[in-house]
Design a protein around this ligand. Structure first.
Ligand code: UD1
Ligand code: CA
Length: 517
């Protein structure tokens, strides 16, 4: 959406936030009400800083795209923004790996109804410079023109909660006000420290770790790169920033001393949970943020009636859904959009990605499945492998060391041991003995087609150690003798035997023995 069309949404921008702060409008005079309405109808901008390289991540992937519980860090922030301020005019400052960041956000359908502008910061000269780029962009200019306020969020805080965004986007009230979020940390190392007049007096400035004196380093109240500014202040103050500091960067934090010198009102919102504000700067912090979010997810599902035998060993992506009464054992990994139905049992060490398991299914130890569906009451595993586009019908049984690829297995069919089925369509009530293989590839690619299909009708009985050489069809109700290699279609109800006839030679064993000696 263009910057100009943002303006169409501006009037409703704060209005949607009005519910988050209690205004007792019934007792207001008309002029006070008008002023309040004017305030809440001012434009809401949200600026996300995501241009940094994230050097400490030691990765070619831009920092904000590193996943936490299956979603890039930036997506977590955008989701909370969408929940708290769906009509806000959002700008994301991009630089390092900008194409990857823009492409990832654009490709996510969930964000298609948000108003998002990408602002390019060609060189990463600091957080203050990033904000300046945004204010020089038409996005910033339109907010200045509309007299709006801007919430600044760093792109590296995956655990920011929705109510933080709500509280930070509540109207600033006075036109000269600034809202600064701070937090008390037991170990403030690496963060900008909040310097006050006296111990708990007015905020004077923020000093970065690398510019701080020993005394300042002892301060445990830190800044977390979350602020709300009037757009006009942000524009003018970022133009005046200098980079005379240890890192030769333009610090956004210096806006606080500018505001203090300018006698502006600095509202401090002190956030009680340091966990919510955990930043990701290196792979260890990424791991810690992942652990916190994972535990929150697991707890959420546990309170909805899911039983975890060892919650701390289970890994859940944020989009996973689990039904009541399900049992999730130790070391299970559920990722992507996996949906586990009610009363499903997922045994130890199973790894399921984008899998749907219907009610009462039992997925046994060590099973690996991707982009597949497991029907109601079906059993899979132990140690089964469902590769993409596989479907196991209700009540079917897929046993140990069975691999399925792009195969549909009908209801109540049993494939209990050591088999491979690729590109197969298997009917219902079929029994497949041990060691069956669909030979689906003949080493050639014809008209782009690499693999051939195998069709096995309802009620077929396949003895152990059979192969079917595709393309081939075994008709409904047919029998295939053990050890057969089926190369031609079998008509329904027939018995197929495709193995060489046995020859017994009486007394021959002794002859062989004597030959050996
Ligand atoms: C920043 C704050 C520090 C605060 C900490 C909390 C400054 C100078 N320091 O430090 O006070 O305690 O966050 O998390 O603001 N970015 C850009 N362009 C740039 C530089 C950074 O877009 O030129 C983005 C990064 O992608 C990142 C965010 O700004 O998402 C913060 O940058 P980062 O380098 O992580 O700042 P910190 O050193 O953590
Ligand atoms: Ca940071």
């Amino acid at each position: 959406m263009s910057a100009a069309t943002h303006l169409l949404f501006l009037s409703c921008a704060w209005a949607c936030l009005a519910a988050s702060f209690p205004v007792t409008q019934n007792h207001m005079s008309d002029s006070a009400r008008r002023r309040a309405v004017e305030r809440i109808s001012k434009a809401a901008g949200i600026l996300i800083l995501a241009a940094g390289q994230g050097k400490r991540m030691r990765s070619s992937l831009p920092k904000v795209l590193h996943p936490v519980c299956g979603q890039p860090i930036l997506f977590h922030i955008l989701r909370r923004v969408k929940e708290a301020a769906p009509k806000a005019s959002i700008a994301i400052v991009v630089g390092h790996g900008r194409e990857k960041v823009e492409e990832a956000v654009r490709a996510e359908a969930e964000f298609s109804d948000l108003s998002i502008e990408f602002v390019f910061q060609p060189e990463q000269l600091g957080t203050g410079h990033a904000a300046r780029c945004a204010m020089e962009h038409p996005w910033g200019a339109s907010l200045v023109k509309a007299g709006g306020a801007i919430l600044v969020l760093p792109g590296d805080l995956p655990l920011v909660p929705r109510n933080l965004v709500e509280q930070m986007t509540a109207p600033l009230g006075r036109t000269d006000a600034i809202r600064l979020m701070t937090c008390e940390l037991p170990d403030p190392t690496g963060y900008g420290r909040v310097v006050r007049r006296g111990k708990a007096g007015a905020v004077l400035r923020i000093v970065e770790e690398r510019d701080a004196s020993a005394r300042e380093k002892a301060i445990r109240e830190v800044a977390v790169s979350i602020y709300s500014f009037q757009a006009v202040f942000l524009k003018h103050a970022t133009e005046r920033l200098s980079n005379r500091n240890a890192q030769k960067e333009y610090y956004l934090t210096d806006l606080i001393s500018a505001a203090s010198r300018g006698k502006r009102k600095i509202d401090v919102l002190s956030w009680p949970s340091a966990e919510d504000l955990r930043g990701v700067n290196d792979p260890w912090e990424l791991a810690q943020a992942t652990r916190i979010l994972n535990e929150r997810n697991v707890k959420n599902w546990a309170l909805k009636g899911v039983r975890f035998t060892d919650p701390w060993s289970v890994q859940l992506d944020v989009e996973v859904e689990i039904g009541e009464g399900a049992e999730i054992h130790r070391g299970v990994v559920l990722s992507g959009k996996t949906r586990v139905g009610p009363n499903v049992i997922v045994g130890p060490g199973c790894v399921l990605k984008n899998v749907e398991a219907d009610e009462g299914a039992h997925i046994k130890t060590g099973t690996v499945a991707e982009a597949s569906r497991i029907g109601k009451g079906a059993q899979v595993g132990p140690y089964a492998h469902l590769r993409p586009e596989s479907e196991v019908g209700p009540g079917a049984k897929i046993g140990n060391f069975v691999e399925l690829k792009k195969s549909r297995i009908g209801a109540n069919t049993s494939i209990a041991h050591l088999s491979y089925l690729g590109d197969a369509e298997v009917g219902r009530d079929v029994n497949i003995g041990c060691g069956f293989v669909t030979c689906n590839f003949d080493g050639r690619v014809i008209d782009g087609q690499r693999k051939h299909r195998t069709v096995i009708g309802d009620g077929v009985f396949l003895g152990s150690d059979c192969q079917t050489v595709a393309p081939v069809t075994v008709g409904a109700g047919a029998y295939v003798a053990s050890g057969s290699t089926i190369t031609e279609d079998v008509e329904p109800g027939a018995l197929a035997i495709a193995r060489s006839r046995q020859v017994n030679k009486p007394g021959y064993a002794a002859k062989l023995k004597s030959r050996k000696s």
